[in-house]
Design a binder for this molecule. Structure first.
Ligand SMILES: NC(=O)c1ccc[n+]([C@@H]2O[C@H](COP(=O)([O-])OP(=O)(O)OC[C@H]3O[C@@H](n4cnc5c(N)ncnc54)[C@H](OP(=O)(O)O)[C@@H]3O)[C@@H](O)[C@H]2O)c1
Length: 282
């Protein structure tokens, strides 16, 4: 299969391009190849590449910045998926698009399922939700919600920052009242390969590692695996930290639908251990 990965210079795009290259002919496109907000240029670019599948890893991810840059957030997060969905549809190609747990309000008490009603609380979250709807303009689409990605080559995520702090012996502030189910990039890439395999029904999937934890518990597990009983984890409350855009407090997602479609995501503890033993830069 010929797979066009866009946003290939980003954390997820880089990992997915590398993972799929073992099995497929991958065209990894970055901003230097095409500005994805240039609708006509994108249609022309996709026609020229003529892929059997498009994987969209591009995004405007500045959650706080989106509050002041609504046009850019919607251009990249909502209208780019629309353009790519139309380009994929014209080629009868599969379209994989990534979204976020932020589409939910975070007031639930149990992990969100794909059938739960989104209630985006910020401009970023609204733009990503509209992007999900736009992606469905391609009949053969997968919309894949991920959360707190970690293990990318740039190591910029919250999980990676906690790992760095614990390793360096510096204090790491961690929320004791925010719950997450993070997504290890290697596992997300494995899930993408599975979805391209053709056995799963098209539609919406949650792709997070199994289980959930507070950020304090995540930090404690990182310290335990690294053997750093001296780790300085500073418990903080969401209420103490001023953020421009609200974040969901309870952001656990259920990955049962993906499991039923044949891809079981390992537990977050297993993912952190694999990352720490193989991938994390020290
Ligand atoms: N990171 C997380 O923790 C997280 C959490 C939940 C959901 N997600 C979702 O997961 C997906 C992947 O996220 P990520 O963290 O891998 O993103 P990332 O590292 O920020 O990469 C995004 C990529 O999109 C590219 N891009 C943005 N606008 C573009 C444009 N107009 N034309 C061409 N390329 C453009 C960027 O290129 P430049 O580098 O040139 O700007 C960048 O390489 C996104 O859909 C995101 O919303 C991520």
């Amino acid at each position: 299969m010929k797979v066009l990965v866009v946003g290939a210079a980003g954390q997820l795009g880089h990992a997915i391009s590398a993972h799929l290259a073992g099995e497929h002919e991958v065209v990894a496109a970055t901003r230097a190849d095409v500005d994805l907000t240039a609708h006509a240029a994108v249609l022309e670019f996709v026609q020229r590449v003529a892929p059997n599948a498009i994987v969209n890893c591009a995004s405007y991810n500045n959650v706080d910045g989106a509050e002041d840059n609504q046009r850019l957030a919607f251009a990249v997060n909502a209208f780019v998926p629309r353009t790519l969905a139309h380009a994929a549809e014209a080629l009868d190609a599969v379209f994989i698009h990534y979204s976020t747990d932020f589409v939910f309000s975070g007031t639930a008490r149990q992990p969100y399922a794909e059938t739960d009603l989104p209630e985006p609380q910020s401009v970023y979250a609204q733009s990503k939700l509209v992007g999900e709807w736009m992606a469905a303009d391609c009949r053969r689409h997968f919309v894949v919600r991920v959360e707190s990605l970690f293990g990318g080559r740039q190591a910029r995520s919250s999980v990676d920052r906690i790992i760095d702090a614990v390793r360096q012996g510096v204090e790491a502030p961690v929320f004791f009242d925010r719950v997450a189910s993070p997504s290890y990039i290697d596992d997300v890439a494995g899930a993408a390969a599975h979805l391209l395999g053709g056995s799963a029904s098209f539609g919406l999937y949650h792709c997070v590692n199994s289980g959930h934890a507070t950020w304090l518990e995540l930090g404690q597990e990182i310290a335990r695996v690294l053997g750093r009983s001296d780790a300085s984890l500073k418990p903080v409350s969401v209420d103490e930290v001023k953020m421009r855009a609200p974040r969901p407090r309870f952001a656990a997602l259920s990955n049962q639908k993906l499991a039923a479609a044949g891809f079981t995501m390992p537990t977050w503890q297993d993912a952190i251990a694999r990352h720490l033993h193989t991938g994390a830069p020290s």
